[in-house]
Ligand binder design. Structure first.
Ligand code: PLP
Length: 406
């Protein structure tokens, strides 16, 4: 990875507060390459129409583009068929769909839903709501001292009472890749299904849903060079077929009577209303872009950068680094001595460096770490060692500044 990639991201070619922008907040949302921006523009300038309806030329172009995007997504995550790919607004919407349709129909009193304390709120609150509505119980896999998941703990918690195991493939705070394939085996052995939150894995590594043998998998386009407002729910066909739609209205019906209606086949029964056509087109362009760079290259680049960042950051006196020392993804979470992470992020912004500060939508994990908030720098294919060096120098200056002030 080098400056050739960086040059393809127009937004990165600017100065912020008089300094060249260093964008280290890709776990929140990634930047977009020119090809994605152009694909959106091309779609709106040339092909825009509603899908699955019009017999006119633009209607078929838009439908081809939208359904072509579905095929691209299916291949990208190795789904068996396009029927297993539902376009949603993002990971949050996808997880809520599983919770409000599948989970509510299978869970009852005495059943258990298994999570970890490191889940993003989007993979936690929907399950709390299911538990409240159905009488099911939530159970948590205890984390190891470094924040990773040990399979022995999974074996202890997942039992014949478990109906659903819901887990993030990659933590947006700890920078760990959870052993999802092995957890899927344990879930299935106990008669449960596994739901994987792929928000932080899909942008950064090759994903094969068949190899993982996950039952549902959710991710967002905006974290992987695509536009906001588009995401994907993958589900095994048999499970999706048995599931009731979540939204009812236009587009998702086969036949409507005054008192009864029935639904289209998969995947359209889950896509009520005018779908996110331009979003899907943008996501397809993002997938083309990522595949051209190569997911393996992206993963390797980020691991190297994260290892470099861990080494350089640990040189700073008074820094606390969270999560395992060995990084598997491009993400580092830390606190700087007594300086509040919001102050750290504000001072860094003055040097043109964008990082994230807060609870990262993981309040239970913050409690587990015994902090209110942390700072987080997250990397993507456009970041370089120079960005890490700028981060480290700015953190040293921040520490000196606050050290002098106190
Ligand atoms: N899960 C994880 C691990 C995340 O990091 C995020 C976003 O930060 C989400 C879920 C929610 O994604 P979205 O806001 O795109 O729905």
């Amino acid at each position: 990875m080098n400056n050739v990639i960086r040059e393809q991201f127009p937004i990165l070619q600017q100065e912020i507060n008089g300094h060249p922008l260093v964008y280290l907040d890709s776990a929140a949302t990634s930047q977009k390459p020119r090809v994605v921006i152009e694909a959106l523009q091309h779609y709106y300038e040339r092909d825009n129409a509603n899908v699955h309806r019009g017999v006119h030329t633009l209607g078929s172009r838009a439908t081809d583009a939208y359904e072509g995007a579905r095929e691209k997504v299916a291949k990208f995550i190795h789904a068996r068929s396009t029927q297993e790919i539902i376009f949603t607004r993002g990971t949050t919407t996808a997880l809520n769909m599983i919770a409000s349709s599948y989970a509510r129909s299978v869970c009852g009193e005495g059943d258990e839903i298994v999570l970890t304390p490191m889940e993003h709120h989007s993979n936690l609150i929907p399950w709390q709501q299911v538990a409240k509505a159905t009488g099911a119980t939530l159970k948590y896999i205890a984390l190891q001292p470094d924040g990773s998941v040990d399979l022995a703990e999974v074996e202890k918690v997942v039992t014949a009472r478990t109906k659903i195991v819901a887990i993030g493939y990659v933590s947006n705070v700890m920078g760990v890749v959870n052993p999802v394939k092995k957890i899927a085996e344990i879930a299935h052995r106990n008669g449960a299904i596994i739901v994987v939150d792929g928000a932080q894995s899909t942008p950064h590594m090759a994903v094969d849903v068949q190899d993982l043998d996950c039952d549902f998998y959710a991710f967002s386009g905006h974290k992987m060079c695509g536009p906001t407002g588009i995401g994907v729910l993958y589900g095994k066909k048999a499970l999706l077929e048995a599931m009731e739609p979540v939204e009812f209205g236009g587009e998702m019906i086969d036949d409507v009577g005054l008192y009864e209606s029935n639904w289209k086949e998969l995947p359209w029964k889950f896509e009520g209303g005018t779908p996110i056509i331009a979003g899907a087109v943008g996501l397809a362009a993002a997938i083309d872009f990522l595949e051209e760079v190569g997911m393996d290259n992206i993963e390797r680049h980020e691991r190297k950068l994260a290892a470099y960042a861990m080494d350089r950051l640990s040189e700073i006196e008074g820094i606390t680094l969270y999560g395992p020392r060995h990084r598997e993804v491009g993400l580092v979470t830390f606190n700087l001595a007594e300086v509040h992470p919001h102050d750290v992020a504000t001072v860094l912004d003055a040097s043109g460096i964008a990082i994230r500060a807060g609870h990262h939508c993981c309040q239970p994990l913050m409690r587990w770490l015994e902090v209110n908030s942390t700072a987080r720098a997250s990397f993507y294919l456009y970041n370089t060692e120079n960005d890490v060096d700028r981060l480290v120098s700015a953190l040293i200056q921040t520490k000196e500044y606050f050290g002098d002030a106190t």
